[in-house]
Structure formats: structure tokens, C-alpha cells
Write a protein that binds this ligand. Structure first.
Ligand SMILES: [Ca+2]
Ligand SMILES: [Ca+2]
Ligand SMILES: [Ca+2]
Length: 223
């Protein structure tokens, strides 16, 4: 927001330049206790370790330069000073801090939230629901030093390989397909999934190829 002041015959004149009025998006993370994808009375927000991000390139991943926000003590995240436009808000898998796991129930099908943001609009209900009625499948990705597809003692954990649920089983990851496992030095990020049958696949990091399952296969697990 800028303005210039000019003295004209002793009078102050404000010349306001064209500008966009800035907007914001916020929402809460809540525990969807009955797993119905709706925030019902009594379903509380929670201060999750999960963060949320604006997926500017709609890749389904938090990429460099994309804004991200953790939640405050009331479970609310906030993106402010936004220009009007279309935004996709997504959550990233949470840091594993204990046995409790959560899976996204709102928006459904693990999708992001699409917000069409107008000038000077404050969207405050971009809420995300999570259920603890979920399971976890992925337990690790290893660097297979001798390429035999078997995890031996000398094989290191492979950091930043992403395991995702291939919901439509086309061997390609679409942006809404949830990342269920990722490991970095010091942290494991895991997400649960609602009960069902899933095929899990690996997004193999550059310079690596997959040795297990063989032939770039996935792992299908039924309840
Ligand atoms: Ca509910
Ligand atoms: Ca992205
Ligand atoms: Ca897919």
C-alpha cells in the first residue's frame, strides 16, 4: 500500500496508486471423532504438529518457495497478505511423535481445499478434519547397498523417499494422493489412511532405482 503526497498551492493532495486489497485464508484442524467428514458439535480443534501449505503449483507436495503455516494453540493456521486468486491448501504428513495416527476426513478423498480468494476477503473456514480411526502401513524405505531387494544390517535408511497411496492404481502420483511416509535425518513423517484397500508406491529419489518390490511394483494391502 503506497501513497504520494504533493504540495499544490499550499494544499496537501493524496495520490493513491492502484492496488489490490490483501486477503487471507485460515482454518482449523479438528478431530473428526465419528469420521463423517463434518465438524459436528463437540468435535474439538487440536494443536497438531501438522503444518499446512499453499500448493501454488498444485503438485501435491510442499515445494521450495511455497508458504507454509503450523497451527496455533487453538489449532488454527493462517496465510495472510495474499493477493486475490485461486489457492489450493493442503496439509503435510505430521511428524510421528507417538503411536497416535490420524488420517484426513475433510476434505474427502484426501483432497486439498480449493479457495477462490477475492479482493480483501478473509476466508476463515478452510477447516481440515482428521480421524484416529486409521491404520498405518509404511514402515520404512531403505537404501539397498547390494541391490538384492532385502533389508540387511548395512543398508541405510533412504531419506526423502516418499511413499504414497496410489488411489487409482495407475502407477503415477496425482496431487491428491496422500503421502503416507517420509523420513528425514531426525524425523519420520507418517499419515494414517481410512480403512480400505490401498496400493502403496514409492516416489524414487533422483539417482536411485527401486529394488523392492521388484519391477517398480507397489504393495497392496487389504484390511
Ligand atoms: Ca464428525
Ligand atoms: Ca507444490
Ligand atoms: Ca495414481
Amino acid at each position: 500500500m503506497t501513497s504520494r503526497r504533493q504540495a499544490t498551492h499550499g494544499c496537501g493532495v493524496e495520490l493513491l496508486e492502484a492496488r489490490c486489497l490483501l486477503s487471507s485464508i485460515s482454518g482449523v484442524a479438528f478431530v473428526d471423532a465419528n469420521t463423517n467428514g463434518v465438524r459436528d458439535a463437540g468435535e474439538n480443534t487440536f494443536a497438531t504438529t501438522r503444518s499446512f501449505y499453499l500448493d501454488l503449483n498444485n503438485s501435491g507436495l510442499l515445494d521450495a518457495g511455497e508458504p507454509s503455516s503450523g497451527v496455533d494453540a487453538t489449532g488454527r493456521f493462517l496465510f495472510d497478505n495474499l493477493s486475490p486468486g485461486n489457492y489450493q491448501v493442503r496439509g503435510v504428513p505430521k511428524v510421528q511423535t507417538g503411536p497416535a495416527l490420524y488420517g484426513q476426513t475433510l476434505p474427502g478423498n484426501y483432497a486439498g481445499r480449493t479457495i477462490n480468494l477475492a479482493d480483501n476477503e478473509q476466508v476463515t473456514d478452510a477447516d481440515f478434519g482428521y480421524s484416529s480411526d486409521v491404520g498405518m502401513i509404511a514402515s520404512g524405505v531403505f537404501r539397498d547397498l547390494n541391490g538384492d531387494g532385502v533389508h540387511q544390517g548395512g543398508d541405510f535408511n533412504l531419506y526423502n523417499a516418499l511413499v504414497y497411496a496410489d488411489l487409482n492404481n495407475d502407477a503415477t502420483r496425482q496431487p491428491d494422493e496422500p503421502i503416507v511416509y517420509r523420513e528425514t535425518p531426525g524425523n519420520r513423517y507418517v499419515d494414517g489412511l481410512l480403512p480400505g484397500t490401498y496400493t502403496f508406491r514409492l516416489l524414487v529419489p533422483q539417482d536411485y532405482h527401486q529394488t523392492a518390490p521388484a519391477n517398480n511394483g507397489g504393495i497392496t494391502i487389504s484390511p
